[in-house]
Design a protein around this ligand. Structure first.
Ligand code: FAD
Length: 446
């Protein structure tokens, strides 16, 4: 296979919000940038986000970045790094105004300022009860998402689900009039009409919790530098390698992400990474020689899917992996169930070695892409379930029936997974913010 060689100052993998924000900053600094993406920028997940982006603009009610910081630390169930959280929340208003000045359209208030949102739906079980009042008496449906999803799963588990299989709850939006739904939730309304033949203006929407977001990811510091405990300290930067957005873990979300904080994360840390790269490149103008072994390894990984003959289909293995993660690493967890999940994912990982695809074409081969994705998914699933099984406490979205309490003595630490030998190392949560006082762990109620 001949590979064309091209040189750039920066190579960005992924054209979502994080990658594009970084690319923009780098291009403005006159650097030569390549963005390589699996899907077109406007097909990235970033475009699916409809809820909004968090920033304490105080356009509707009094607000400030320090309250936002507290909400984020509390929302993370005290597993978020407080230096990075302070940095993000302080930067938020500036970052959002920067977007506005670039011409990004925002919803507006009558006075012309940016609109700020505070409304939710009302989750009801089969008896029509607005059950969130029992789980989060103050915040109700606006409680943080780990609390809401656990409450829905509890209602269903306890037999109060709706429908013939009692497997979901109902989300009522009829306290909002048609004009508000059309204006504020057009995408959600259209999705319901297209896929469920339900118009939320008239009927409630059936809902059930699923995996929506990855709080973990490639460990980075608040400059976007990828860090690893391989060198002299637990957070040694890997020269020239950065990560930002949902693939990264700064960590600002800790054990539970707040709605609206992910779009902020991609903007703040996409930009911060690029700023750091610009400085890095002043000192490191020339490329290091390419490691041919790494290139060979990447090519072998691609060519492995040219293997013809009989074997299990990669698609079937992917579906099985999804079911295993749903059943063994879901909303409520126990040791036995997760340990079984670890074994099943290990087994699937082995089976994938002999799996095949049926399309060998070289152009627009979606089967090959899906097979490569399955490899990635299974490696990520293994990291997730091994680390979850090792964490003997409940915190944020990690809710264990056998260890129902948070254990701040043992578990104020991030898990770092090493795929080669399935080793876990830990690094402490950064409790010291940049300038303000630390928020010590407290009981989390809503
Ligand atoms: C339905 C939905 C609603 C949401 N609503 C909100 C919200 O209201 N507020 C909020 O803050 N957050 C929300 N989120 C979360 C938020 O949108 C995402 O976390 C965020 O947009 C992620 O941005 P990103 O740039 O990190 O990644 P993405 O936007 O997911 O982009 C990833 C990019 O990487 C590329 N890529 C992936 N793998 C490869 C590969 N192997 N090689 C090359 N390229 C690759 C993809 O093509 C894509 O361009 C929502 C998410 C979803 C799915």
């Amino acid at each position: 296979m001949t590979i064309e060689r091209r040189e750039f100052d920066a190579l960005i993998i992924g054209a979502g919000g994080a990658g594009m924000r970084a690319a923009l900053e780098l291009a403005q600094a006159d650097l030569k940038v390549a963005v390589v993406s699996k899907v077109f920028p406007t097909r990235s997940h970033t475009v699916a986000a409809q809820g909004g982006v968090n920033a304490a603009l105080a356009n509707v009610l009094p607000d400030n970045w320090h309250w936002h910081m507290f909400d984020t630390v509390k929302g993370s169930d005290y597993l978020g790094d407080q230096d990075a959280i302070e940095y993000m929340c302080r930067a938020a208003p500036k970052i959002v105004y920067e977007l506005e000045h670039m011409g990004v359209p925002f919803s507006r208030l009558d006075n012309g300022k940016m609109y700020q949102r505070k409304f939710g739906g009302q989750s009801q079980n089969f008896g029509g009860e607005r059950f969130m009042e029992r789980y989060a008496p103050n915040a109700k449906d606006l409680a943080s998402r780990d609390v809401v999803s656990r409450s829905i799963a509890s209602e269903v588990r306890d037999g109060r689900g709706c429908g013939p299989n009692k497997d979901h709850v109902m989300l009522k939006l009829n306290h909002l009039d048609e004009a508000t739904i059309a204006k504020r939730l057009p995408g959600i309304r259209q999705t319901c009409i297209t896929f469920l033949s339900i118009d939320p203006v008239e009927e409630p929407i059936p809902v059930y919790p699923t995996a929506h977001y990855t709080m973990g990811g490639i460990p980075t510091n608040r400059f976007g530098q990828v860090v690893s405990p391989l060198g002299t300290g637990p957070e040694e930067p890997v020269p020239g390698l950065y990560a930002a957005g949902e693939s990264a873990c700064v960590s600002v979300h800790g054990a539970n992400r707040l709605g609206g904080n992910s779009l902020l994360d991609i903007l703040v840390f996409g930009r911060a990474s690029a700023k750091h790269m610009i400085e890095y490149m002043k000192e490191n103008r020339y490329h290091r020689p390419v490691n041919d072994d790494a290139v060979d390894k990447a090519i072998q990984r691609l060519q492995r899917w040219d293997k013809k003959g009989s074997g299990e289909s990669a698609t079937a293995i992917r579906e099985e992996a999804q079911q295993v993660m749903e059943a063994h690493c879901g909303v409520f967890r126990t040791q036995d169930v997760m340990d079984e999940g670890v074994e099943k994912i290990r087994e699937l990982r082995k089976r994938l070695d002999d799996a095949v695809i049926s399309d060998y074409s070289r152009v627009f081969n979606t089967a090959r892409i899906e097979a490569l994705e399955t490899e990635n998914l299974i490696d990520n699933a293994l990291a997730t379930v091994v680390c979850a099984a090792a964490r003997k406490e409940s915190r944020g979205a990690h809710s264990r029936m056998d260890f129902p309490d948070r254990d701040d003595k043992q578990w104020m630490k991030h898990s770092l997974f090493f795929l080669e030998d399935e080793r876990i190392e830990y690094k402490p949560v950064q409790m010291k913010p940049l300038e303000v006082e630390s928020f010590p762990p407290k009981v989390r109620t809503y």
